[in-house]
Design a protein around this ligand. Structure first.
Ligand SMILES: [Mg+2]
Length: 387
């Protein structure tokens, strides 16, 4: 058993949306395939991955460093002999050979993308859904029912509060009961009016989370906190720079309601610093590390171990990104749920065909691997890459 090829293509996932920090008009993603020599059900096993959204494709890093390290490793050094499978931890170690610690940059995105494809292949080789494989290997009961919330509420050119309300109404009509909108791209007064418009629309049918995308300095973050605490929000997300733990800790003094952050922390060491210094509260706050951006599931397992050491439950994690990889981790390892972008980042984001949101939850179908084969528009572009 061996990996015979690793393919990458950088694809556009552009859209006219804007958050407080960036617009997505030039956004791309890396799509990768890990091709094995294993055959299951008459078909060669190929694992697929892509790098979530928001950090651009990583084709340069993948083609210049990480692909070759996998292909140049002795095949037996990547095997899990006891299970007659590939060992994702060993593939990860091969990729990270000759990489210095710290300074994670965006190599964590390149590695996370390839790691996703490796886990997809491993679960396909075992012939089971990844979430069931993870639950088994960690002595847990899988729970295929996963909480998902609808992320949107971006700033679009010319978008009025009426359009924002209609967007949120659309999410409720599709079964969501938590919705999220962007803040920080307008004045406090304008954002207050946007929030009140959405709250008037959703009433008691849903909760609202808000996301500042790391835009604020301490003074602005506190000014917003004082406005936001007037409302029963689901969470106040990423107020300040992702690495400014003192800002996050200070904010807790002004904001008693739930806070969320972590989507731009790309290693278990960064996650640990957030828990050490960020003032995050394990009884109410939320952690949003996205494995596809942060060295993959091999690293995410280390992050979950850090959480455990600091008294945090995995159920406080609701990852960024809206991809099926995090849905599998949620269902298999007991995370609190997953983000979802009902209208964006297609065909990569979203659920297998036929999966519906009901009462804010989806139920994972029993598909081998991550489940990409169940999403017809996605598997079509994946197979064009490698099959
Ligand atoms: Mg966010």
């Amino acid at each position: 058993m061996r990996i015979v090829d690793v393919c990458e293509i950088t694809q556009p996932i552009a859209s006219p949306i804007r958050n407080a920090y960036i617009d997505f008009t030039k956004m791309t993603t890396s799509l990768v395939a890990v091709v094995t020599d294993v055959v299951r059900d008459g078909r060669r096993v190929v694992g697929y991955g892509f790098n979530s959204n928001g950090r651009y494709g990583q084709g340069g890093l993948i083609r210049e460093r990480f692909r070759d390290r996998i292909l140049e490793a002795a095949p037996e050094s990547l095997r899990d002999d006891a299970r007659d499978n590939l060992d994702p931890g060993k593939v990860w170690a091969a990729m990270m050979r000759n990489e210095k610690p710290g300074g994670h940059g965006e190599r964590s995105v390149a590695v996370g993308t390839l790691d996703m494809a490796v886990w997809d292949a491993v679960a396909k080789i075992e012939g089971k859904p990844l979430f069931r494989l993870l639950a088994e290997r960690h002595g847990r009961e899988a729970d295929p029912r996963v909480f998902v919330y609808a992320a949107g509420g971006y700033y679009y050119p010319g978008k009025e509060n009426g359009a924002l309300r209609a967007e949120m109404r659309g999410y409720l009509d599709r079964g969501y009961n938590v919705v999220k909108m962007k803040i920080g791209g307008a004045s406090v007064a304008e954002d207050r009016a946007r929030i009140e418009a959405v709250l008037a629309e959703i009433g008691s049918e849903a909760r609202l989370a808000v996301d500042a995308n790391g835009r604020f300095d301490l003074e602005t973050a506190i000014a917003h906190a004082k406005m936001l605490r007037d409302y029963p929000l689901f969470w106040y997300e990423e107020a300040g720079d992702p690495l400014d733990y003192a800002l996050q800790a200070a904010l807790a003094e002004f904001y008693p309601n739930p806070m969320a952050t972590g989507e731009n922390l790309f290693s278990h060491q960064d996650a640990r610093n957030l828990l050490r210094y960020g003032g995050m509260r394990p009884d109410r706050d939320w952690l949003q590390f996205d494995c596809a951006l942060s060295y993959g599931l091999v690293e995410y397992l280390r992050t979950l171990e850090v959480l455990r050491q600091f008294g945090w439950s995995p159920s406080r994690c609701i990852p960024h990104g809206g991809h099926q990889m995090s849905l599998n981790i949620a269902a298999g390892l007991g995370l609190g749920g997953n983000e979802s972008y009902p209208d964006l980042f297609q065909p990569y984001g979203g659920f297998p065909d036929g999966v519906r949101v009901e009462d804010g939850h989806i139920t994972m179908p029993d598909l081998p691997g991550i489940g990409f084969e169940g999403k017809s528009d996605l598997i079509k572009v994946m197979r064009e890459l490698a099959e």
